[in-house]
Design a protein around this ligand. Structure first.
Ligand code: 5GP
Ligand code: ZN
Length: 137
């Protein structure tokens, strides 16, 4: 398959790895937003959250929890962002599911997750909640 992250899993493309188990691989982002910018992926190809097996997604999140603690101890960031983008419209560039850990320091100049807050219409909010609740299995 012509997938950059599958090629990283197979070793066809080199990467700087920090963690690996049977299901998950974690490596440094090649275009780091800050020091310690990590990507955590399932080894089995899945494009988005809609494609990945629940067990693989949970393994990725478990590794993310472990790695966030390691990043905190190693680099002592003041905070960190977890980012996980699904679909081009959401900004996903590599269609192999991944979680970003982006360590944050005050004054680092990043504008991750900064949007203007505009109050919504409560009736619409409730109507959308009802549609979602009706589809929870
Ligand atoms: P996203 O798909 O969530 O927008 O971001 C994909 C991320 O993958 C980017 O941050 C980009 O820098 C990273 N990336 C793309 N190609 C490679 C690669 O070959 N090696 C590594 N280590 N990171 C990559
Ligand atoms: Zn892949």
């Amino acid at each position: 398959m012509d997938c950059i992250f599958c090629k990283i899993v197979s070793g066809e493309i080199p990467s700087v790895k920090v963690y690996e188990d049977d299901i998950v691989l974690a490596f440094l982002d090649i275009n780091p937003l800050n020091d310690g910018h990590l990507l955590i992926i399932p080894k089995a190809h899945a494009a988005t959250i809609h494609d990945v097996a629940e067990a693989d997604f949970l393994a990725v999140m478990s590794a993310t929890h472990k790695l966030a603690a390691a990043v905190k101890k190693a680099l002592n960031p003041e905070g960190l962002n977890l980012l996980q983008l699904n679909g081009k419209v959401a900004g996903q560039m590599v269609p192999h599911l991944h979680v970003h850990i982006v360590p944050r320091w005050s004054g680092d100049g990043l504008t991750v997750a900064s949007w203007e807050l505009v109050a919504g219409d409560l009736e619409k909010i409730k109507s959308v909640a009802g549609k979602i609740q009706a589809e929870i299995v």
